[in-house]
Design a protein around this ligand. Structure first.
Ligand code: UD1
Ligand code: CA
Length: 454
């Protein structure tokens, strides 16, 4: 059957106590609803319909790159009412896969199994056994194990409350029946809402078979309703990421103290110390070592690179055998060739550093091209900004910049130039010559230190 997909994302998310729609709260730096969209994307489907409502413009904006048929639910009258909003755009002969925008870790394979079990005379739904089923709709089965209905937590009697099999809120239902059932449900329940779950009892009446698929694990179907659940699911997700990395040959000092917020491509024999955050797309070569308390975002790091502790690195390419940190900050559009050393309290921005060059202490290098085998002394600053515009500094191969030098851009330090310590360089320097701009040292004989006035 052709597949139409509906994601419910109009709910208020009251329990989040937030001004932002619940489905835009993030897990691993990605909005909850985006996790769901990513999970369905490998499936072969006709159209994706998303039901939006409360602050819906924000939800639409956050998914502006995805092809979606947006259906507005002006008033949040319940999950059944939400599904109704998409039905006019769905043909009768389709199978409808319904998901919730607040169940982020649902797996593509589970959805594929769920859909494969449904057909014209057969609906399938996802259930899970929970030790603590509180908050979920309970699955009521008869003595033969056939599903009778779903009862929402707030509508359960004390006996039903004991049932541990719950509704995950994810279903595959033939459109023709779904449409008919939705027309019959009412809001005669404790919450005064049109419950989607009421269609199960209607299916039973119509003798449409109800299949259930069990999720692989509880986390896959865990719905986020409050910030505690979100934090718990984040921890679970992070441990999964850590386990995947370890299975792929990465050593972690502590799997509980790594956070992965994106996609990591990792070589072998990498070691990562505690409290590291890897975000965006991070590519790590073989034998890369990452020290404690380091943040790396959208960065590519080649083989045998050593990142010492407390570095912040974003949008950077780092060549083989470089050594970075501790306490280095590499800002966007920085490219380091091989065997470059960047030491403590050094900030690089939009700079290219060629092979074997060293910037080891207390420097700011921005909008700069550094040649090969250059040594930049402690406290060197490229003055790249005059308050209005930015200018480039070029430091050619084999240059040696003495400590505490200011290079006032635009300026070029010639090949093999030496700059005396404490210089302010405003003009291009001659290759292989010594340039310095400090006044010569003098001594004032007999000078007295001032004394405190009484
Ligand atoms: C729902 C199910 C419950 C199931 C649980 C699984 C119903 C009545 N109950 O309960 O059986 O165990 O999910 O997590 O379906 N939404 C709308 N419009 C609305 C109301 C909700 O779009 O008018 C959306 C929400 O944004 C959310 C989803 O539907 O993505 C589920 O709504 P929520 O209020 O969280 O339902 P639960 O009480 O968790
Ligand atoms: Ca929910």
């Amino acid at each position: 059957m052709n597949l139409s997909i509906i994601i419910l994302a109009a709910g208020l998310g009251k329990r989040m106590q937030s001004n932002m729609p619940k489905v835009l709260h993030q897990l691993a730096e990605k909005p909850l609803v985006r996790h769901v969209v990513d999970a369905i994307s490998p499936l072969e489907y006709d159209k994706l319909h998303i039901i939006y409502g409360h602050k819906g413009e924000l939800v639409r904006e956050s998914l502006s790159d995805v092809k979606i048929n947006w259906a507005e639910q002006k008033q949040q009258l319940g999950t059944g009412h939400a599904v109704m909003q998409a039905m006019p755009a769905i043909p009768d002969d389709h199978l409808v896969l319904i998901l919730c925008g607040d169940i982020p870790l649902i797996q593509t394979e589970t959805l594929a199994t769920l859909c494969s079990q449904a057909n014209e005379n057969n609906l399938s739904m996802l259930t899970v056994q929970l030790d603590n089923p509180q908050g979920y709709g309970r699955i009521i089965r008869d003595e033969n194990g056939q599903i009778q209905k779903i009862v929402e937590e707030k509508d359960t009697n004390s006996e039903q409350k004991q049932i541990k099999e719950v509704n995950a809120g994810i279903y595959a239902i033939p459109a023709v029946h779904l449409r008919r059932w939705l027309q019959t449900i009412d809001n005669n329940n404790s919450q005064g809402e049109y419950y989607l779950t009421d269609i199960i009892a209607l299916a039973k009446q119509d003798k449409i078979a109800i299949q259930t698929t069990q999720a692989h694990n509880n986390y896959e179907v865990m719905g986020i309703n409050d910030r505690i659940q979100l934090a718990n699911l984040e921890r679970y997700y992070q441990l999964q990421q850590a386990n995947n990395l370890m299975l792929a040959g990465v050593s972690l000092a502590d799997p509980n103290r790594l956070d992965v917020r994106g996609t990591i491509q990792a070589g072998r024999d990498i070691s990562i110390d505690i409290n590291v955050i890897l975000a965006g797309t991070v590519i790590l070569g073989n034998r890369v070592q990452i020290g404690a308390n380091t943040i790396i975002r959208n960065t590519q790091i080649d083989d045998d690179v050593e990142i010492l502790s407390n570095c912040v690195i974003e949008n950077v390419i780092i060549g083989k055998q470089c050594r970075i940190g501790p306490f280095a900050r590499l800002r966007p559009d920085t490219i380091l060739s091989e065997q470059v050393h960047i030491g403590n309290f050094v900030e690089l921005k939009k700079s290219i550093v060629a092979q074997g060059s060293k910037i080891n202490h207390l420097s700011y290098i921005g909008d700069t091209e550094v040649g090969k085998a250059v040594n930049i002394g402690a406290g060197t600053i490229t003055c790249n900004y005059d308050g209005a515009n930015k200018y480039k500094t070029v430091i050619e191969d084999n240059a040696f910049i003495g400590s505490d030098t200011q290079l006032v851009a635009p300026v070029t330090v010639g090949k093999g130039s030496t700059i005396g310590a404490g210089s302010t360089i405003t003009k291009n320097t001659l290759s292989n010559e010594l340039t310095l701009s400090r006044s010569s040292q003098k001594t004032i004989i007999g000078w007295q230190r001032p004394t405190k006035k009484s």
